[in-house]
Structure formats: C-alpha cells, structure tokens
Design a protein around this ligand. Structure first.
Ligand code: PMV
Length: 331
C-alpha cells in the first residue's frame, strides 16, 4: 500500500469542494509514555501505545489558501521556507499525497507560538493543524479519529495533537493503521503544570525518526520496551484518574529515562543529554529529596519538561527562574 493510497482510503471522498480559505489550530503535546519505535515506517505505525498531554494554548495555527502558482508555498512564522529545505520537501510530499488531484496547489502559512528551540514537537502541532485546516478547506467533514490517522501519517506524534488534554495513542493492529489513532481521554487535572527548561538551542545531532530506527535495530535492550510500556501505561492512567501526583511523576520520569537508556544502548549510542541536562536532572532529584514534588520528562533532545502541581509553582520557579510554566487545563 502506498502512502497516497492509505491517505485517500482514510478520506474516502470522491469529490471535494474547495473553499477560498481555511484556518485551524492544534496544540503541541508532550508524551508521558513515549512513542519510541515504528512497526511501519511509511505510515508511522508505532510498536507500542503512548500517552500524552496537550499544551493547551501552545501550538500551531495553519492557514490554507489556493496557490496562484503551480506549486505549494509555505510560510512559517512569516518567513518563506525555501524549496530545497528538508522540512519543505517533507510538507510537500504530504500535500501531494493528501490533495484530491495533481492540479491542486496550496499556499500554507503556519504560525507557532511555542518556543521553537525547546523541543516541543513543532512537527506534531504543525501537521495536526494542517490536517484540520485541510479538512475545512475541502469540506471533508472527517471525524477526529480520521484526522488523527491522517496527522499520524504526516508525523507520528501529530495524531495526539488533534485534541487537547490527555490523549492515548492506540498502536492498533490493522496493517494499514486505520485503528492507530489518538483517543482524547475525558480526564482533567486543572492543578497540573508543565515547566519547560530550555537548556540548549543547537539543532539536535540526530532526528527522532533516525534515532528511533537506530535504537530499534541495534539495541539489545529494545525487546524489553514494549513489555515495559504495556505495564506502565495502565498505571499512569490510573494515577491520572486518582490525581496521584507522586505515582504519575514517577511513572513519567521512569519512562523517559528508560527511553534514553535504550538510546544509550544503541550502536552507535545516541546521546541527547548534555552536561546541562544532567545538572538539571540532579537538581530536580535533590529538590525532590528535600520534599518538593517535581518530576521531569525528556524527549529526543537535551531539554527537560518538568511536572509539578500549582501549589508548588512558586517554589519551583524560585529554583528555576528561567522556566516557562504552562497551565495545561483551563479551570
Ligand atoms: O513523532 P516524532 O517522529 O516526532 O517522534 C516523537 C518522539 C518523542 O517525542 C521522543 C516521543 C513522543 O512520544 O512524542
């Protein structure tokens, strides 16, 4: 099955109307149980389930208009993206697969209000908002589950950015991935806070896709990962339902460190953490030993995302003055 066929099978609409313009927003998301490993590279089908939290007002807005040229154009935060840029090529390949016919070209304008250097999965909210905007533009009227499947094909973790709040991405069993979608959980936790510790701004040494595949194909420890996720995810879910913050933080932190342990055991080893990352991890552990309830998670990069409750916000920010705090649920 080609990627275009998989996408068109999800949309399953013979003719689509074309509106004059469309605009849609999608929040960024941070995984608490990570997606690390693909069972299908073309369709971004994961080896395991994963679970994330949406970043509410932090994300991407995509505006689509018909292109007057015979090509797609892309502006990101008001800058034209050059046609030889890898991100432009990735976007166009997706647009070519999702457009109804070869005569359709789009002017895409994306605006992101997330700190771009903080490792906040800009591709996740970017692809999710793009798919939502395309749904409007062509009046497809697809349900969230289908939008999630389409976003996943654009960028795996984007399937968790179609909705806000806690999202469970089910790995699914279908070989074409129709059941590999993000499910919005009806759970809230208004006291929960995410604190971004942006420690490095250099581009990462290796992309998450490359790192994932390298881990999967070379780490002897990888075989233990699916089992670990299977055990941890229901426990995390339970901790969210019970608002058991200690358990929640412990599971999320353990999951992130385990993912990095897998990468360390890959050949060659993949090392995203820098001395600043370790310095801050040690600081978090020390504060915790002194009684402050703060935990962290870390993605494919050196920056940390801290987890804490609003009652501790003052203490946390006193210790980390450069931290950007995100309130993930409205009251
Ligand atoms: O969706 P991708 O290809 O950007 O991969 C995301 C990988 C992690 O951020 C490390 C984990 C996750 O589940 O978001």
């Amino acid at each position: 099955m080609t990627r275009r066929k998989a996408i068109q099978d999800i949309i399953k609409i013979q003719s689509s109307t074309q509106n004059c313009g469309a605009k849609a927003y999608a929040c960024s998301n941070i995984a608490l149980i990570k997606y690390w490993g693909k069972r299908d590279i073309t369709l971004n089908l994961p080896v395991t389930d994963s679970l994330s939290i949406g970043l509410n007002n932090y994300g991407a807005t995509t505006i689509i208009n018909p292109s007057k040229k015979q090509e797609h154009t892309w502006q990101l935060n008001n800058n034209n993206i050059a046609k030889n840029h890898a991100a432009y090529k990735r976007l166009c390949a997706f647009l070519d697969d999702i457009r109804p016919d070869a005569q359709t070209f789009y002017d895409i304008s994306s605006n992101m209000n997330i700190p771009m250097a903080a490792g906040l999965a800009s591709s996740a909210c970017g692809f999710a908002s793009l798919v939502k905007a395309l749904n409007q533009y062509h009046a497809w009227q697809l349900p969230a589950s289908k939008l999630s499947a389409l976003a996943r094909i654009g960028s795996g973790s984007a399937c968790r950015s179609i909705c806000n709040g806690f999202v469970h991405w089910h790995r699914g069993i279908d070989k074409n991935g129709y059941d590999s979608i993000g499910e919005a959980l009806k759970l809230t936790w208004p006291e929960l806070r995410i604190g971004l510790l942006c420690l490095e701004t250099k581009p990462k040494p290796i992309s998450s896709t490359k790192a994932m595949l390298q881990t999967q194909s070379t780490s002897d420890l990888y075989s233990a990962w699916p089992e670990q996720v299977k055990k941890s995810l229901p426990c995390l879910l339970q901790s969210i339902k019970e608002h058991d913050f200690k358990r929640f933080g412990e599971i999320a932190e353990h999951n992130a460190l385990s993912m990095h342990a897998l990468m360390l055991s890959a050949r060659p080893a993949i090392i995203y953490s820098t001395s600043k990352t370790w310095e801050n991890i040690n600081k978090i552990h020390k504060l915790r030993s002194q009684g402050l309830a703060i935990y962290f998670t870390q993605d494919a990069g050196p920056n940390l995302k801290c987890l804490f409750l609003c009652k501790d916000q003052q203490d946390v920010t006193d210790n980390f003055p450069n931290m950007q705090v995100i309130k993930v649920f409205d009251d």
